[in-house]
Ligand binder design. Structure first.
Ligand code: PEP
Ligand code: MN
Length: 342
């Protein structure tokens, strides 16, 4: 059960309400970092309690039922959230608005020269956010793990030369600190969706987070992961459908396109799609981008490489900047048909 408190409730009143509940044997958690103050209450005979607390000073609303997540839920906000990331050439970039955001770039930064050239090309094609990946969570310990912190100076050059916003993946709290001053948003990859310690740190970090769905995670599990970030103080979470593990081996994963409208029914958070990791095949990227836009995605993240055959990682799913540019042209026409821009 959730008790929503009056915004004017004083600190003493909040503590008193929690104490009263705890004395009756209930477990409470006070949340007041997101503009709305509420207490989540756990215990037995909550229905009886609901009648009693209705008269308590400071309680404005009682939301009955079990809530594994609340801040991330539709119950919390009927209105879709818009999440601002920054500006590119004086134009504000936000997820969840009329404009569909493009994130593009290599699987991993390989050299400064490669990253800067690619950033300029994807920007010209209409991208606002560059995949500036230095820390790579790879399935095999022998695969390229990214340039790591040695690549941080590249991020500074990238920003200066391209003016794009930068997204970079973090696998542990130390990497948040290392990247904090150099990127505009963090990514949590599929393998770390349930790394709750990392999620808690990202809650405190107060920089937008792109949270990718675990390859075997349900919608509820994804939204619980988002809740971890939000309950620790950061409401700027963008969800990403990146394919789930099914039985077919032709594609790397199965892109669950229904996840886009389904997550929007369950949550007010923006939802984007990653067709690259979902399919693992460059030939399938274009139709999956079009499908994502048609399904109502707020953004698309695409892996691009100048020469996919020589890529240090994920070459088979990378498309060239030229191919990307032509896909973007079709995609923006498609977006117009559903009253959006791309
Ligand atoms: C990535 O986007 O760089 C990545 C590794 O994706 P995922 O976590 O979805 O595999
Ligand atoms: Mn990749």
């Amino acid at each position: 059960m959730i008790l929503v408190l009056e915004p004017s409730t004083t600190e003493t009143q909040k503590k008193d309400i929690c104490l009263r509940l705890q004395k009756q044997g209930f477990y409470t958690r006070l949340v007041d970092q997101t503009g709305r103050v509420f207490i989540s209450v756990d215990g037995i005979a909550l229905d009886k309690l609901a009648k009693e607390v209705a008269d308590w000073n400071g309680v404005s609303e009682i939301i009955e039922g079990e809530y594994p997540y609340y801040l991330a839920s539709r119950e919390f906000s009927r209105k879709n959230s818009t999440i601002k990331i920054g500006k590119v050439d004086d134009v504000t970039v936000e997820f969840g608005g009329e404009k569909i955001v493009s994130i593009a770039g290599p699987c991993a930064i390989e050299t400064e020269d490669m990253a800067v050239k690619l950033a300029l090309k994807v920007k010209e094609a209409g991208t606002q956010i560059f995949r500036a990946m230095l820390f790579k969570p790879r399935s095999s310990p022998y695969s390229f793990q990214g340039l790591g912190k040695l690549g941080i100076s590249i991020l500074k050059t990238l920003k200066k030369e391209s003016g794009l916003l930068l997204l970079s993946e973090v696998r542990e709290p130390m990497e948040i600190e290392q990247l904090y001053d150099h990127v505009d948003m963090f990514q949590v990859g599929t393998r770390n969706m349930s790394n709750f310690q990392l999620l808690k740190y990202l809650g405190k970090a107060r920089k937008p987070v792109l949270l990718k769905r675990g390859m075997g995670a349900s919608f509820d599990e994804l939204l619980c992961a988002a809740e971890y970030i939000m309950v620790h103080g950061n409401s700027d979470v963008i969800l990403c459908e990146r394919g789930i593990r099914t039985f077919d081996k032709y594609t790397r994963f199965s892109l669950d396109i229904a996840a886009v409208p389904a997550l929007k029914e369950l949550s007010h958070l923006p939802v984007i799609v990653d067709p690259s990791h979902a399919t693992g095949r460059s030939s399938l990227i274009a139709p999956m981008i079009y499908a994502a836009i048609s399904a109502g995605a707020d953004g698309v993240m695409t892996e691009i490489h100048e020469n996919p055959e020589t890529a240090f990682s994920d070459g088979p799913q990378a498309i060239t900047p030229e191919k990307f540019k032509s896909i973007m042209k079709v995609a923006s026409k498609l977006a117009e048909t559903i009253n959006r821009k791309f």
